[in-house]
Each structure stands twice: as structure tokens, then as C-alpha cells.
Design a protein around this ligand. Structure first.
Ligand code: DC
Length: 221
């Protein structure tokens, strides 16, 4: 069983996906973390963001592993735990240059499919229900008011010691939305058969309950 949870930054995907996977006792795959890890490697190697070939070659020779550890997910880049380094505001602002390269996306999709080859999973991302698993049993698209999404991002950033104003975060979220929605390869889109949930006025627990209820009801019938 594959559960695809797509949506823009700050829509609540991570908390909800983690909670749903935990309740169902299945794998949780944060595909954004994979793009983030590859971006970190590109920065370290000094790869130009315009050099598509170098980025594709880099993705082919990179090993990215996700490992659940209690309530958190450890991200290993070529064996190194890079959990904290891939969440900085600076890195977040440049992932889009890597995520827009078609050859990189196909490599990431391949990796994501192989991770789930032998187990049920909840995958969160931008293109899971449209490209990576178009035949997923369950597809959800989470969305929320941009102001609320920026507020959530600001809270996350403050929790990890980043100092930014709401205006700065709103601007960054807008740029990220635009990059995600307008790229040629794997743009953020709601799959036609996805269930849309507006999370603006809901807690993550309420959204997770909605998702779980949908799954349980479909399984009963
Ligand atoms: O979900 P996130 O914020 O950690 O994602 C980081 C970046 O990776 C975001 O700019 C969009 C990109 N991404 C993507 O293009 N495709 C995915 N399946 C997941 C993330």
C-alpha cells in the first residue's frame, strides 16, 4: 500500500505523514529530505546550479538513506548523518535549483520507488501522486492559506534557532511555491484523483485523523 501526500511548503505534510505512518506501522519517506541531501552535496562539491550534467552525474553517484529513529527520521548522505545541515534556511532557498533538473528528478523517483519496493509506505513530496506513484492506493493533497503556511515555517525555523521575520519567511515561501509549481519536470500539482484537504484551520492531529479515517473506510468497503 502506497499513501501519497503532496502539497506546498508549510501545508502540514511532514507532521501528518509521520503520524499516519506511525499509526499504520509502515515506512515514512520524506522525499524532500532526499532533494535536500543532494543539494548539500552539490554545495560541498562546488557544483554550479546551472550545470545540469554535473548535477545528474552527482545524483547517480550519491547514496541517500532514510532511517526512522524514534519520532525522527535520520537522513544519511553517503553514510553521513546530515539531518541538521539539510534544514538550514540557506539550503532551503536553493534546493529548487537541484529539484528542477529532469535527470535528477528521475533518479530521485527511482530511489523513492526502490525504498518502497518491499514495504507499505507513506511518502510525502510534491510529485508522489502524479509522477512517482501515479497508481498509489491513496493520494492526498494538503494545502493551506499562504499566510498560515508562512507562520508554520517561521515556527519551525525558530525552533531550530533561525532568526527570521514573518515577512522574510512569507517571501521565501512564495519563491519556493513558484519554483515548485512552475518547473517543467515534476511540478507541484494536485493529482486528479487526490483527496484535497485544506489544513488552514486544522491541527496536524485532525488532518492525520481525516487521512486515517479515509483509509480505514476504504479498506472496510
Ligand atoms: O518538503 P521539503 O520542503 O523538505 O522539500 C524541499 C524541496 O525539495 C522543495 O523546494 C521542493 C523539493 N521537492 C521536490 O521537488 N519534489 C519532492 N518530491 C519533494 C521535495
Amino acid at each position: 500500500m502506497i499513501i501519497a501526500i503532496d502539497g506546498p511548503a508549510g501545508s502540514g505534510k511532514s507532521t501528518v505523514s509521520k503520524a499516519v505512518a506511525k499509526r499504520l506501522g509502515i515506512l515514512y519517506v520524506d522525499t524532500g529530505a532526499m532533494y535536500r541531501a543532494l543539494t548539500l552535496k552539490a554545495i560541498r562539491k562546488g557544483c554550479g546550479f546551472e550545470d545540469e550534467k554535473a548535477l545528474i552525474d552527482l545524483s547517480a553517484e550519491t547514496e541517500i538513506n532514510l532511517q526512522a529513529s524514534g519520532d525522527t527520521l535520520k537522513v544519511f548522505l553517503d553514510g553521513e548523518d546530515v539531518g541538521a545541515q539539510i534544514r538550514t534556511a540557506e539550503l532551503t532557498n536553493v534546493v529548487r535549483y537541484i529539484a528542477r533538473v529532469p535527470g535528477v528528478r528521475s533518479r530521485m523517483a527511482e530511489l523513492q520507488r526502490s525504498v518502497c519496493a518491499e514495504s507499505d509506505a507513506v511518502l510525502e513530496g510534491r510529485d508522489i501522486g502524479t509522477i512517482v506513484f501515479p497508481n498509489a492506493e491513496f493520494k492526498f493533497y494538503l494545502d493551506a492559506d499562504p499566510k498560515e503556511r508562512a507562520n508554520r515555517r517561521l515556527k519551525d525555523l525558530m525552533a531550530t534557532g533561525h532568526k527570521m521575520t514573518l515577512e522574510e519567511v512569507e517571501k521565501a515561501v512564495k519563491i519556493r511555491d513558484k519554483g515548485d509549481m512552475t518547473r517543467q519536470a515534476g511540478p507541484l500539482r494536485c493529482a486528479e484523483d487526490a483527496i484535497v484537504i485544506d489544513t488552514t484551520r486544522l491541527t496536524a492531529e485532525e488532518v492525520a485523523e481525516k487521512v486515517l479515517k479515509t483509509i480505514h473506510e476504504a479498506k472496510k468497503s
